[in-house]
Design a protein around this ligand. Structure first.
Ligand code: C2E
Ligand code: MG
Ligand code: MG
Length: 717
């Protein structure tokens, strides 16, 4: 309902104006005042839609009234009509300046009053409607913006939750190596609060070594724009192939809408749980179900460890083997249940007798063993054997009956009686049987006359022969990377010897000896066949074609018709010849040039490729390589190691790369373990690289995981 305020100090005028205003429309509400101050004080909600004011009033003139009225909340654009006297121009100007919308001359023409007032009121009502529409629209817009932002916040939160539930550690680092994102798995993995990690560098978060490597790999992705799969082992990783936590890690570029790389996303799949499950199985496999004591396998492990410790610390230890006397009688007379009870009771009594640091194991049946770690002299072991013999003579109470048994014990001392597990176990067994034979309830120390050991059994040559027979050799695979695409293009197969007591033995610790004795020939034939078979199985598992590089020994090369051997193996395994590369060293080239060249030609005719390993370390001059038909040269790691720091090595590497290219031969660098090296090699045009920066040599299953990750990256690119 429109509201008109009338202000005039003269009652007659006031009444006339009020009446005229009421006639503007049916629903107009009119309020008339005689005093300007009172009129101003009355204004609250609703404010007037039109004001008609006289100019000349006592106390406050019309101009002053309008000025004050305009200052009130919401009154800035309410139309105001001022009534002035015609002759007085200064009044008219004053009211217009003070903010009057219109004025009427006194004496007022009634029709003009009504018309002007109606026009202004109509405009006022229209503007109010427009304003209220605009307000509604604005509110609606604000509401929808708010809900849009809420939606985005929600979806971002949900996204973060989803990323947190992915069973992988996911993080992202920017170009300066600062963390920009970390999911909860990644935070847990490195032991920080996810928010606190933002903005910190990888070195701060995961330490100099791992952080440095991660930054180097990130930089590779920034510069190449290509994703990169790698392997990481946790710091507590002991040696290669040991049961350490392995992370399968993929690094991929994160781009903004313009395509520029803003960060590198690292997602690592933790396979620690798998390893833990394996360890649990190992625990089960290492304990005896009846007594809960360590079993034979665990005893052997402990023996192995003890041998290493004793060697290092120049210490001795003892091993006792114990067999119960007359156990069979108990079993037969009282039944198996009683037999089990007796075995448990014996286990308990032995536990009390032997020291806490010693290992008491049940080997099976009624056989127990005690490993006495770190004893001062052999006599301590004999004393312990004596105490056990005595303890075993006390009767046992089994199923309500007193049972008397006894024990025969054999004793060996390391290192006097032997230096490896098999040997010690064999001898302690012999000593124990001797004790039994000598009337039971006694212990016997092993002495050399008890057995004549064929000395050859324990030489390295014997061990290598046995290793071949017992399949103790394994191949590890080290990926080779194409420096232009960061893709895995193949692997070098590297031999490892899983020695039953010495653990994983590296090739340089036994290959020289194998070469001396000629055993390298059968060993390496196994390597070629195994590598080809493995590579063919990758194809069968749907992996892309990968090149497998195998190292050949110069001796093997000299003594055999290699082309025939390799051809046979390729046929047997079904591997495409182009997937096989043979690595030869320069020393091969130093021999009969004609013969070697002919042999190499034969090999290449088969379709396999040939590379020269450790290039630069031999005596052949660089130009020499021209004479030989080879596909690739492998720059030796001794040059690669220092290319960033030693100008001589850098010059050699540059020369090798240039030489290779001028002969149309590809170049691969080995032993690459830093980003500086990669950058320099890439700058010089080196095609491929291999080294710890990308991955150490890993077991076949781990290499397959890596190759799969690489293939997945390629598919998603
Ligand atoms: P190689 O053919 O030059 O193999 C490269 C060696 O460098 C491997 O040592 C590998 O683990 C190591 N390596 C790779 N990347 C890096 C790195 O970034 N830094 C460092 N410090 N080392 C790196 P591995 O496996 O101990 O092999 C040593 C050598 O034994 C081989 O040198 C090769 O000459 C010989 N070898 C290995 N397997 C066989 C085989 O099956 N047959 C023959 N005949 N020789 C083999
Ligand atoms: Mg090699
Ligand atoms: Mg090499």
């Amino acid at each position: 309902m429109p509201f008109v305020m009338i202000l005039d100090d003269r009652v007659t005028n006031r009444n006339i104006f009020a009446k005229l205003a009421s006639s503007i429309a049916d629903d107009v509400r009119v309020q008339a005042f005689g005093d300007p101050a009172e009129a101003l004080a009355s204004i609250s909600h609703p404010i007037p839609d039109l004001v008609v004011t006289d100019y000349k009033m006592p106390g406050m003139n019309g101009a002053e009234f309008i000025r004050r009225f305009r200052e009130l909340d919401g009154c800035e654009d309410v139309p105001v009509i001022a009534i002035t006297v015609y002759e007085e121009r200064s009044f008219r100007l004053a009211v217009l300046e003070a903010g009057a919308t219109d004025f009427l001359l006194s004496p007022v023409d009634h029709a003009e009053f009504v018309t002007r007032a109606r026009n202004l009121l109509r405009m006022r009502m229209q503007s109010l409607i427009i304003k209220s529409r605009a307000n509604t629209l604005e509110r609606e817009l604000e509401d929808s913006e708010r809900s849009r932002q809420q939606l985005m916040r929600d979806s971002r939160e949900r996204m973060a939750q989803v990323i947190d539930t992915v069973p992988a550690a996911i993080s992202a680092y920017d170009r300066d190596g600062r963390c920009v994102f970390l999911n909860s798995h990644a935070a847990t993995r490195i032991g920080v609060d996810a928010n606190a990690a933002i903005g910190r560098s990888a070195v701060e978060l995961i330490g100099e070594e791992m952080g440095g490597r991660s930054i180097a790999l990130d930089q590779m992705v920034f510069r190449s724009g290509c994703a990169l799969p790698t392997f990481e082992e946790d710091e507590d990783a002991t040696s290669e192939g040991a049961e350490s936590a392995v992370w399968l890690t993929t690094k991929s570029p994160l781009r903004d809408s313009s395509g520029a790389i803003i960060a590198v996303l690292t997602s690592s799949l933790d396979i620690t749980d798998r390893k833990k499950a394996e360890r649990h199985l190992v625990h089960l496999a290492h304990h005896d179900a009846l007594t809960g004591l360590p079993n034979r396998t665990l005893l052997q492990d402990r023996l192995r460890r003890e041998i290493v410790r004793a060697r290092r610390g120049d210490r001795i230890f003892g091993l006792l083997m114990l067999d119960l006397d007359r156990f069979k009688n108990v079993n037969d007379a009282l039944g198996h249940h009683a037999g089990d009870e007796l075995i448990q009771a014996v286990g308990e009594r032995l536990s009390v007798t032997v020291g806490e640091d010693d290992t008491l194991a049940r080997l099976g049946g009624d056989e127990f063993a005690v490993l006495l770690a770190d004893i001062p002299c052999a006599q301590s072991a004999f004393d312990m054997a004596e105490r056990i013999v005595e303890a075993m003579q006390e009767p046992f109470s089994i199923s309500g009956q007193d049972v008397v048994i006894g024990a025969s014990i054999g004793v060996v001392i390391h290192p006097n009686d032997g230096d490896d597990v098999d040997n010690l176990l064999k001898k302690v067994d012999i000593a124990m049987y001797r004790a039994k034979a000598e009337g039971r309830n006694v212990y016997r120390a092993f002495d050399q006359q008890m057995i004549s050991v064929a000395r050859g059994d324990f030489t390295l040559e014997g061990e290598l022969r046995r290793a071949l027979m017992n399949r103790e050799f394994e191949l590890f695979y080290q990926p080779q990377i194409d420096l232009r695409s960061n893709r895995i293009i193949g692997a070098e197969a590297l031999i490892r010897w899983r020695h039953p007591t010495r653990g994983l033995v590296r090739p340089l610790d036994f290959l020289p000896f194998a070469e001396e004795t000629g055993l390298i020939i059968p060993i390496n034939e196994w390597v070629i066949e195994e590598a080809c078979r493995e590579a063919q199985s990758w194809r069968a598992q749907g992996l892309p074609e990968l090149r497998i590089a195998v190292n050949l020994s110069p001796i093997q090369f000299r003594n055999r018709n290699m082309a025939q051997l390799v051809g046979d193996i390729l046929r047997r395994t079904g591997l495409e010849p182009r997937s096989l590369e043979l690595e030869l060293t320069e020393t091969i080239l130093m021999h009969d040039v004609e013969e070697v060249t002919a042999e190499l030609r034969e090999l290449r005719r088969l379709g396999v490729s040939v590379s020269i390993d450790d290039f630069g370390t031999g005596y052949s001059s660089l130009a020499y390589v021209k004479k030989f038909p080879v596909d690739r040269i492998k720059i030796d790691q001794s040059f690669v190691r220092n290319i960033a720091t030693d100008p001589n090595d850098a010059a050699i590497v540059r020369a090798i790369i240039n030489l290779g290219h001028s002969l149309g031969i590809d170049v691969i660098a080995e032993g690459v373990d830093s980003l500086e090296q990669v950058e320099m090699l890439r700058a010089e045009g080196c095609e491929e690289a291999q080294g710890f920066l990308f991955a150490k040599p890993v077991p076949a299953e781990d290499f397959i995981a890596l190759a799969r990750a690489d293939a997945a990256i390629a598919r998603s690119a």
